[in-house]
Design a protein around this ligand. Structure first.
Ligand code: MIG
Length: 797
């Protein structure tokens, strides 16, 4: 630990905890020294495969020291499992098979081939595997795997133009190639900036783009892994896993299709409650009910929309999880009701560590029923966190998950709307080395037994699973809202994420885009940064620019560390306050669009915030762009991320684009220089989009191409719960001075209001007919009843 970090830690945790952290680090080292397997001497290639046993959907191969099973889960999705090694428990993968896939088998001089309707695998006897598309092009080439003790090594050749994305939460460029990454969830401590690795949430998955085609690979192996993606050898990805079977899924196809397959396997992000897409205000910590009231009142006084307020660790009684400090929050249920009456939901933080305190019921009960992780000698493991010495629930035990989940009951009864899970990497305070459990700590692993080497990366995932299952049981009529710092593959089934303790720097703002996009490409669409960065004191300008960027990110929350200057929107004075208000209002206007994107994510796994290459994965010009992003398929957002900048260059992909603020039209592809005064960041709308927005009433904004087609979807439901919904699809056709919009819909929710308002961009409407009847046209606006077909005649002038 460097001096700066040590001092920061001292400031936050005090001298006593710092001294204890020395003891904690010593104890961890002692246990690790005792129980870790010896570091293996050298890698040995597996001996050649000798036999093949065909299966209807794959085959089994065996050699003297390894077996390989290949199963097609769909024609474009294949699972490969090299053993020996313990098989993963089904924590990430929730589906066994996707669609029928039959496979044909062939024997060759050098090995075998397996062919589905979409791909051909050539398995050489030495264990090397080539993946080919139906035209014969190789799009993935694996070398034979190697072992060292329990560890596996997998080397994959990289094409010269190939790009790699994903890996979960990373503070590196969007294209992850050329660096070394660690799969081992970790709190970077204090704060982090660009380049820090690993972070809190890893997913051993990558998406590959290249001239040979694109695919996604997911290694279903939770052990610590190192992914050297061409850093040591430029044309090789060299992966090592510390244990477990070498199991991986390969989904062939463009990013949207591959991600749809991956999220079919690991689960789609369910519909969030609608308020979660609004604005969240947080700070470590609002220390009393009165302070919370004052903050919420500040939003009202300044006419600022607010959807949720977060209570950080100081609401607890001595940091004891599931308790409330009655002096500072004498009537939490009353406060929650009062806030909810003003449309503000309450979210409370929970940490997994349980304070060692015989006077505290969660500790006592947990000890009595053996809920906590143990060291190999059978004693309960203790680690240091905010409350002092803590014990930690073993979430790999289903009984523990249920017990932990039951603890949410009292908060649910108080009306707490959502839960924020922190420190679940899991993190403990240590003076040096890994800030987590010793690797020898035992875990139930659903009864089969295992240790922290296997359970570490799963800890956050399973904490969220426990909470999710509890909330479904305790409050079945509402959708859970969970926010987590850590997680693994499949976390999208349970929780949203935020990008943790970032620095308050322009570089950290710039990093936010590739970090958020990378999470989306890892199946985790709901994420966003602490606005202004967590740890420091952003200038007014940095805060405004960060806020503007975050307005278009899925999770929109203002949060900061203890001890930093306040940053409720009004503390920045004018003109910042008015600018922030405008962006808050814009967020509210965008809610129908965001909510529709949430529904799309729940259907297909598509992230809300997307890299530009989502539009055309074959266009290499889009592969490395990471200073702007798409929100859904209609909006392109280009945040300003340089101090003092009042304009910026924006790359517009092929097609026509409207400046969101002025309706000025631009033709892509190409770079345009756009004005960006402090009160605006460049935002463009793709021509052909139909963008639903909440204005004084629901308004569809139609951005016409001069000629051609466009579409937009609108999903609506009650905003929470599991009741009726409806999906309206609007299809627009622009030709020869006429705009024709057809609407088809499904679902069982009646259309909520009388009619519809349409605002036409780019052309001037003259007359309009809804299902044959004339309807009013006022300027650019058409007011219509709910139609099946709307025909708008355009003024040719
Ligand atoms: O050790 O709960 O990332 O958002 O404010 C720090 C206090 C613990 C880290 C979280 C941060 C939160 C803070 N937590």
């Amino acid at each position: 630990m460097d001096l700066r970090k040590a001092l920061l830690a001292l400031r936050f945790v005090g001298l006593r905890t710092t001294l204890r952290a020395v003891r904690a680090a010593r104890e961890r080292d002692r246990w690790e020294g005792r129980v870790l397997p010896a570091v293996p001497a050298a890698w040995r290639m597996v001996k050649p495969l000798e036999t093949m046993e065909p299966l209807p959907d794959g085959a089994r191969f065996a050699g003297p020291d390894a077996e390989l099973e290949i199963r097609f889960l769909a024609p474009d999705v294949v699972r490969l499992t090299w053993t020996p090694g313990v098989l993963p428990l089904p924590y990430a993968v929730v589906r066994e098979r996707l669609t029928e896939a039959s496979v044909s088998h062939k024997r060759h001089a050098e090995g075998w081939s397996l062919e589905s309707a979409a791909m051909r695998l050539e398995i050489r006897a030495d264990g090397g595997i080539h993946f080919r598309d139906p035209s014969g092009t190789i799009w993935r080439e694996e070398e034979p795997p190697a072992r060292a003790g329990e560890a596996w090594r997998h080397r994959v050749r990289l094409g010269p133009e190939e790009r790699i994305y994903g890996l979960g939460e990373r503070a590196t460029p969007l294209n992850r190639r050329g660096r070394i990454y660690r799969m081992w969830n970790r709190d970077p401590g204090g704060s982090y900036g660009p380049g820090a690795d690993p972070l809190y949430l890893s997913v051993p998955l990558w998406l590959s783009l290249g001239p040979e085609g694109s695919y996604l690979v997911f290694y279903e192996n939770p052990f610590e892994a190192i992914f050297d993606l061409g850093a040591t050898e430029p044309d090789v990805a060299c992966l090592t896993f510390a244990g477990g079977a070498l199991r991986y899924f390969v989904c062939m196809g463009p990013p949207d299709q591959a991600l749809a397959r991956y999220t079919a396997l690991t689960g789609r992000p369910p519909m969030p409650p609608r308020w979660a897409l609004g604005f969240h205000q947080s700070r470590w910590s609002y220390e009393s009910a009165d302070e919370v009231r004052t903050v919420v009142q500040g939003f009202r006084d300044h006419d600022l929309p607010l959807h949720a307020i977060h209570l950080d660790i100081d609401y607890m009684d001595g940091y004891r999880v599931f308790t409330v400090d009655r002096r500072r929050f004498p009537d939490l249920p009353g406060l929650i009701r009062e806030l909810e009456g003003q449309g503000v939901r309450t979210v409370v933080i929970l940490d997994p560590g349980v304070k060692v305190d015989p006077g505290y019921s969660v500790y006592r009960e947990g000890m009595a029923h053996s809920r906590f992780c143990r060291l190999p000698d059978g004693s309960v493991y203790r680690g240091l966190v905010w409350p002092g010495w803590c014990v930690f629930p073993d979430f790999t035990d289903p009984g523990v998950r249920e017990w932990w989940g039951d603890q949410y009951r009292s908060f649910v009864e108080m009306g707490v709307a959502g839960f924020w899970h922190d420190m679940n990497e899991p993190t403990t305070f240590v003076a040096w080395g890994e800030p987590t459990f010793p690797r020898g700590v035992r875990h139930a692993m659903e009864g089969r037994g295992g240790d922290h080497r296997e359970a570490h990366n799963l800890y956050g995932l399973l904490m969220n699973r426990a909470a999710w299952e509890a909330l479904r049981r305790l409050r079945p009529e509402r959708r859970p809202f969970l926010l987590t710092r850590s997680g693994w593959a499949g976390i999208q089934r349970y929780a949203w994420n935020w990008t943790g303790d970032t620095e308050s720097t322009w570089a950290a703002l710039r990093q936010t885009i590739p970090t958020v996009l990378g999470l989306g490409l890892s199946g985790i669409p709901y994420t966003g940064p602490d606005i202004g960065g967590f740890s420091g004191a952003p200038t007014v300008e940095l805060f405004v620019r960060w806020f503007q960027a975050a307005t278009f990110m899925p999770f929109f929350r203002n949060h900061a560390a203890k001890g930093t200057p306040r940053r409720e929107p009004w503390v920045f004075g004018e003109p910042a306050l008015s600018i922030l208000r405008e962006f808050l209002r814009l967020r509210v206007r965008l809610l129908p669009y965001l909510y529709t994107l949430a529904w799309e994510a729940a259907q297909t796994g598509a992230p809300l915030a997307r890299p530009l290459f989502w539009l055309d994965p074959k266009d290499p010009a889009l592969w490395e762009i990471e200073d702007l992003f798409l929100l859904g398929s209609a909006l392109l957002v280009a945040p300003v991320m340089e101090e003092g900048a009042r304009s910026r260059a924006v790359f517009l992909p092929a097609g026509e684009w409207y400046d969101f603020w002025s309706d000025r039209r631009f033709a892509g592809p190409g770079v345009v220089e756009v004005e960006a005064p402090l009160e605006r960041i460049p935002v463009f709308v793709r021509a052909g989009s139909i963008l639903p927005m909440a204005e004084d009433r629901l308004t569809l904004h139609l951005y016409g191409p001069s000629d051609g087609e466009g579409e937009g979807i609108l999903y609506q439901d009650a905003g929470d719960g599991f009741g009726p919904y409806r999906v309206d699809r609007f299809h627009g056709q622009w030709e020869e001075g006429v705009l024709r919009i057809r609407r088809i819909w499904e679902g069982d929710l009646p259309w909520p209001e009388g009619g519809l308002r349409l605002r036409i961009h780019g052309v001037a409407p003259a007359r309009a007919h809804a299902d044959g009847r004339p309807v009013p046209v006022e300027g650019q606006t058409v007011i219509a009843p709910l139609f099946e077909e709307l025909i708008v005649e355009i003024d040719s002038a």
